[in-house]
Design a protein around this ligand. Structure first.
Ligand SMILES: Nc1ccn([C@@H]2O[C@H](COP(=O)(O)OP(=O)(O)OP(=O)(O)O)[C@@H](O)[C@H]2O)c(=O)n1
Ligand SMILES: C[C@](O)(CO)[C@H](O)COP(=O)(O)O
Length: 240
């Protein structure tokens, strides 16, 4: 069931899911977003979480050679777009697709969420939507750093202890105004500036997105060890 939350000044909310990666660090036979978690592909878990919120629709960026997407059950309000070389290119292509929809307004909100983060809590997404609605620029789910942080040299020897004061892990979804985000990613691409998340492109425009605390189980499945942890988190969430 979709949970409804107060929408700010009747703008729509859309979602983009970059799912065109190869999962090199996972080293699996198929792209990691299609690995099974509790009997369901990771990407399907992720989409089902987003579709429980009141996003109007989701655009998923897929690799040109993706032969797996067609095997997923058809989900309502989900469209696809071509992936790109980098994650930021995949996101930009999905935004381009969204901007062609007649019902989409440039000032609508768009939430960008990694396919590889299936453990995100619907309540955290809704909290992001409600909190950021009052921030004109946008914001992202994040987690304050808990551990002491070290910077290392190429030999993995400590070169410095980095202060963890005001240091956060950036997660997803990251929520921004559609046209602003598209322009920010396009500018970064034109300038050849590599951005690893949407917030960085927005920051390059001189803006300061707000960080919204997320539960720490919103992990990005990256390495093989992450699969068992993600399964545990999903089981825990399902048993609540
Ligand atoms: N060109 C790319 C690269 C990544 N992604 C997506 O961005 C998300 C986060 O990226 P990451 O965890 O790095 O996934 P991969 O790039 O697949 O992993 P790796 O770096 O290990 O290859 C993933 O859902 C991935 O599918 C994408 O849509 N397009
Ligand atoms: C967007 C992101 O998940 C925020 O932490 C992260 O930057 C993705 O990085 P990746 O190297 O593409 O996994």
């Amino acid at each position: 069931m979709r949970s409804f939350i107060k929408l700010s000044n009747n703008l729509n909310y859309w979602a983009v899911v970059p799912a065109a990666g190869v999962g090199q660090r996972m080293g699996s036979a198929c792209p990691k977003q299609y690995l099974s978690l509790l009997g369901k592909p990771i990407l399907q878990h992720t989409l089902e979480k987003l579709l429980q919120t009141n996003v109007q629709g989701v655009v998923v960026s897929l690799a040109a050679e993706d032969n797996y997407w067609s095997q997923l059950p058809t989900l309502p309000r989900v469209w696809t777009a071509p992936g790109g070389t980098e994650r930021s290119d995949s996101v930009r292509h999905a935004l381009e697709k969204l901007l062609t929809f007649p019902e989409v307004k440039p000032n609508d909100w768009v939430l960008v969420h990694d396919a590889a983060r299936p453990c995100v809590r619907v309540s955290d997404i809704q909290n992001l939507m409600q909190t950021v609605a009052d921030y004109p620029i946008g914001g992202l789910l994040a987690n304050p750093v808990r551990d002491t942080m070290k910077r290392a040299d190429t030999q993995n020897c400590v070169t410095e202890t980095v202060s963890r004061q005001q240091l956060w892990h950036a997660l997803t979804p990251q929520m921004f105004r559609l046209q602003l985000l598209y322009d920010a990613l396009t500018t970064a691409a034109i300038q050849g500036y590599p951005v690893t998340d949407e917030s960085q492109a927005i920051e390059l425009m001189g803006y300061s997105p707000v960080l919204v605390s997320s539960h720490p189980d919103n992990i990005k499945i990256t390495h093989p060890d992450d699969l068992a942890l993600a399964a545990l988190f999903l089981q825990q969430q399902n048993n609540v």
